[in-house]
Ligand binder design. Structure first.
Ligand SMILES: C[S@@+](CC[C@H](N)C(=O)[O-])C[C@H]1O[C@@H](n2cnc3c(N)ncnc32)[C@H](O)[C@@H]1O
Length: 193
């Protein structure tokens, strides 16, 4: 049902929704394999939560690790945000909580408690549909919101934001995931300075 709802939203607003299908297993794995189960509670931000395919994988991973967590998932589309709220906010979590924030990801800083930085920012925003200036503002928010040594991941079907990634991050790893429809590049960027 939720996959179908996602596809309906693609037809309603293709430029904002970005993809034709929710992200699939191998790409999800690549997007979140940077998350290390540590001995301190994790603060994880997600951009473009959609119907929750990646949110689900993040929750499962941190719940399995048994650590405390706060997940802030930004989603502009109110129908998709409502669907995610039903899945993640209503059902009780054991070790942490998920907040679905219906706002533009660029406003992330105003939603983080006490401005404390994020350990991870996991983004599936359709950056290739954004203006250069909008994308740059997203990267500014990411840099300001990440802890030192925190990690930002982003996927794109065409590597159009590579130069922007390099403008903001020195430590960048790029991988290509063929087993997704459509295939995608994953940037994994560590905030070393
Ligand atoms: C490509 S879909 C990814 C959905 C889901 N995370 C997945 O991987 O299947 C991108 C999502 O980003 C949302 N979105 C687009 N622009 C946004 C923005 N500026 N702030 C927050 N969410 C946004 C869209 O509504 C859409 O749900």
């Amino acid at each position: 049902m939720s996959k179908l709802q996602f596809i309906v939203e693609v037809f309603r607003n293709p430029m904002v929704t970005g993809d034709i299908l929710p992200t699939q297993r191998y790409l999800i794995r690549r997007m979140i394999d940077c998350i290390e189960i540590s001995n301190h509670p994790l603060k994880i931000v997600e951009f473009g939560g959609g119907e929750g395919a990646i949110t689900r994988a993040i929750v499962d991973k941190v719940e399995r690790g048994g650590i405390g967590y706060d997940i802030f998932s930004f989603e502009l589309n109110s129908r998709l945000a409502d669907m995610s709220r039903e899945k993640f906010e209503v059902n009780g979590k054991i070790n942490g909580c998920v907040r679905i924030i219906e706002d533009d990801a660029v406003n992330m800083l105003s939603h983080l408690d006490n401005g404390i930085g994020a350990d991870y920012i996991i983004s599936s925003l359709p950056l290739s549909h954004f203006s250069r200036e909008k994308s740059r503002n997203i990267f500014r928010a990411v840099k300001a919101g990440l802890k030192k040594n925190g990690v930002f991941t982003q996927y794109q079907h065409f590597p159009t934001c590579y130069s922007l990634v390099k403008e903001f991050f020195n430590d960048v790893k790029i991988r290509y995931v063929l087993a997704n429809i459509p295939p995608a590049f994953v940037y994994t960027c560590r905030n070393i300075n």
